[in-house]
Design a protein around this ligand. Structure first.
Ligand SMILES: *[C@@H]1O[C@H](CO)[C@@H](O)[C@H](O)[C@H]1NC(C)=O
Ligand SMILES: *[C@@H]1O[C@H](CO)[C@@H](O)[C@H](O)[C@H]1NC(C)=O
Ligand SMILES: *[C@@H]1O[C@H](CO)[C@@H](O)[C@H](O)[C@H]1NC(C)=O
Length: 491
């Protein structure tokens, strides 16, 4: 019995002790609740202490609200200020955040700008200590704002992050400043005749959409001049900004006469990129095609492949230069240069074709000469044979073989090429006469030069075509370059 009673007593003691402990632990948990209930009182007391300096602030807030209420109560945003009277004058100021890039392909450029418009609205005048009231985008809809639009914009974006980038400031005297940030893709017609020495004038023109000049006129803000520097033009990349100009004009439309204000951004192309990717390769390829003139006449594979390679390279360069380029129908300065280089390369290839054809022909004839006369030796008999040949009015080729060092010891062969009697396949008449004349003036074997029978006549040594080309091609190309660059850089 006693142990049971003892146990019960112990339990009761434990419970009492626990309750005591618990109540102590709970206290701090409860405390914040109590504090919360007392907090307003504390706040109220602090408010009371600060209230001594606050009344002006509070009344300012009330005043501002009051001003807004009164000016907006009588304000009709649908009607322009001073309606029925003088036109509203809107002063414009522009700050360019960034200009560029210019898209050649689409013929447009991008401009990111802050657009400031200032005008007077007598309805918004107030009499207070506030010099101005700054309002954010929410209030814009409650005021009259000029309906300016950009005439040559293709796409314009208003910025909305973090809030719409718009602002209105109302001054005591009724002056209103409205600011908006925009990114505009504006059209700019590019005339590429002089590409890559081209320069362009990209406009940005704006005007009112609905108010003609009887209702609204624009003017530039006093003392405002558009400032452009490295910081906001680096995006032009290939272009350099050379100048900014402006124009204000009156455009007549069926809806009335509108004041149109325009900025012009004059840009000129930086030459380096195109020079490196087009001019230098064309120039080098053209010179490469001349290597052919220093290669032996007989190594046809080497010369042909060199010629064809340079022609193909020029074709590729021509195509490459028109990539990322608007499909304009006219040829540009670069096209012209590449075309001329192409023609030079083609002529170099053609030179070999001509040379090969003629020397091959003459070689064939050479290989089976129809000897009319037996070999003769000595200068005198040679001259006799020549005289005889001339009498017979036949076309002769004279081959002189020099033996030893003395020039006198010569053997002359009188060779007849295609005498008309023996070549019935050659049509008679004009063509054969032409052929005859051709043979008279053009010398196709190296040795005919030593003969004197053509003396006094113009002689073109076709077998020496390479020697001529070595001089003619570089000189012609040099002159072309001089003229081209003189014209292009002074255009
Ligand atoms: C502006 O208010 C002050 C008093 O607050 C008054 O004396 C003054 O005449 C007012 N001016 C105009 C232009 O109403
Ligand atoms: C324009 O500049 C002149 C002189 O620099 C100055 O007197 C005038 O107040 C300025 N105007 C404005 C609207 O800032
Ligand atoms: C507009 O151009 C005139 C000269 O033509 C210049 O005096 C004026 O400062 C320019 N205005 C702006 C806003 O650039």
């Amino acid at each position: 019995m006693s142990p049971k009673v003892l146990l019960i007593l112990l339990n009761v003691l434990l419970i009492i002790h626990l309750r005591k402990l618990l109540s102590e632990e709970i206290k701090p948990v409860v405390a914040p609740v109590a504090a919360a209930t007392t907090a307003p009182v504390v706040a109220a007391t602090t408010a009371v202490t600060t209230a001594m300096e606050a009344p002006s602030k509070r009344s300012k807030l009330a005043e501002a609200t009051n001003i807004l209420d009164t000016i907006l109560k009588n304000h009709d945003p649908k009607l322009r200020p001073g309606i029925g009277g003088k036109p509203t004058v809107v002063s414009v100021e522009v700050y360019v955040n960034s200009l560029g890039p210019i898209s050649i392909l689409d013929m447009e450029y991008t401009i990111d700008l802050m657009f400031y418009q200032t005008w007077y609205d007598e309805r918004l005048r107030y009499n207070n200590t506030f010099e101005s009231l700054v309002l954010n985008h929410d209030m814009v809809h409650e005021l009259w704002i000029p309906d300016t639009f950009f005439k040559n914009s293709r796409k314009a974006v208003e910025h909305e992050i973090t809030l719409p980038n718009q602002m209105v400031r109302i001054y005591k005297d009724g002056r209103v400043l409205y600011t908006i940030r925009m990114t505009i893709d504006a059209r700019c017609s590019l005339h590429m005749f002089k590409f890559p020495m081209d320069s362009h004038s990209c406009p940005l023109s704006f005007s009112s959409f609905s108010y003609s000049m009887n209702d609204m006129i624009y003017k530039w803000q006093d003392n405002f001049s558009l400032e452009m520097n490295e910081k906001n033009t680096w995006k032009l990349l290939q272009f350099d900004l050379t100048a900014v100009s402006n124009k204000s004009e009156i455009k007549t439309t069926p809806a009335g006469d509108f004041v149109v204000m325009t900025f012009f951004f004059n840009v000129s192309r930086r030459f380096g990129y195109v020079a490196l990717h087009n001019y230098v390769p064309s120039f080098v390829t053209t010179m490469m095609s001349w290597v052919s003139f220093w290669i032996e006449r007989d190594s046809a594979p080497a010369r042909t492949s060199l010629g064809i390679t340079s022609v193909l390279t020029m074709t590729t360069l021509g195509t490459f230069s028109r990539k990322n380029f608007p499909r304009v129908s006219y040829i540009t300065a670069l096209d012209f240069y590449i075309t001329v280089c192409f023609v030079f390369c083609f002529c170099a290839l053609l030179e070999f074709a001509v040379l090969n054809f003629l020397t091959y022909n003459s070689k064939k004839a050479h290989a089976s000469p129809k000897l009319r006369h037996p070999p003769i030796s000595g200068a005198r008999s040679c001259a006799l044979a020549r005289a005889r040949a001339r009498q017979q009015e036949e076309v002769f080729m004279c081959e002189v073989v020099t033996e030893g060092s003395s020039g006198e010891d010569r053997v002359c062969y009188s060779l007849q090429y295609l005498p008309s009697r023996q070549a019935p396949e050659v049509p008679r008449g004009r063509f054969s006469r032409c052929l005859k004349a051709f043979r008279k003036y053009f010398c196709m074997v190296p040795e005919c030069e030593a003969c004197t029978w053509q003396k006094g006549r113009l002689r073109i040594h076709l077998y020496r075509l390479d020697n001529y080309s070595r001089v003619v091609f570089p000189v012609a190309f040099f002159f072309f370059n001089v003229v081209y660059w003189l014209v292009c850089l002074n255009m």
